[in-house]
Design a protein around this ligand. Sequence first.
Ligand code: ZN
Length: 318
Amino acid sequence: MSNLVTGLHHVTAISSEAQGNLDFYGGVLGLRLVKKTINFDAPDIYHLYYGNEKGSPGTILTFFPFPGIQKGRKGKGQLTVTSFSIPDNSIDYWLKRLTKFHVKHEKPAPRFEDELYIYLEDNDGLGLELVANKRDERPGFTYGNIPKQFAIKGFYGITLSEEGYEKTASILTDQMDHLLIAEKGNRFRYSAGGQPSGFVDILCKPEGLRGEGGSGIVHHVAFATANETTQLKAREKLVNRGYNVTPVIDREYFHSIYFREPGGVLFEIATVPPGFAIDEEPAHLGEALKLPPWEEHNRKILERILPPIHLDLKRFED
Ligand code: ZN
């Protein structure tokens, strides 16, 4: 039987104000803003989606920007690092670019075989990595301000910081089609397809403090499933194992179920269809404020509340 869960779909985090977020992810990192919409559960704040050209699953990092929100604390029970995949020859390019734009980062370091990473943080302190590797064959996206041969290709994987790894590992392997593919020290790597884009590293940190929510902290991680049938099957497996899983929720661009894994991280399983071209032409993704049909009647009010944001690419050339 083929996998019900096929890899990562998206990661969603909390940021402070929206313009700084757009400048960092669209401008400095060069990801495409693929959707500018609202938080469906709190419609007076944005929901910004960044990804590759189409916003393919496994490339999408999204934000709820809450202006003035308190900074969170990274720690146990959280997704602490979101890693992007970059081409093998691009480390020097990115080091120069991060320095030029005053991005907080560390020296490159090797990890598993054929993997060199730079740890960096966005302007809210969200933990990120750029991982240079030879295995990822996906083309990168660029607005043109970053040379295509150095562009980010999408996710490489994520790191979950946990008190222990066994319980989280067993839900990944028993209910979510992942296999243990590597381990070193306190890091255990799982994957549903073996490809860079969906690696899930569990970092075992029994001595650390528990994390606290706020800006610079991930809210949840979504895994991908092929369609609504596979989603319901995945839901049934989780319910049978005793997890509290939400009913299917319509997120307009995908359908979602949510549950909390034993270590404390909020997991989502999202369908690949319908995708971001459902309400916008592929060439114009992210340009207009898109509202779900049930909020359209509030458009005038929401357009007054939400601060206008704009990406000025000229400020982000090499
Ligand atoms: Zn989500």
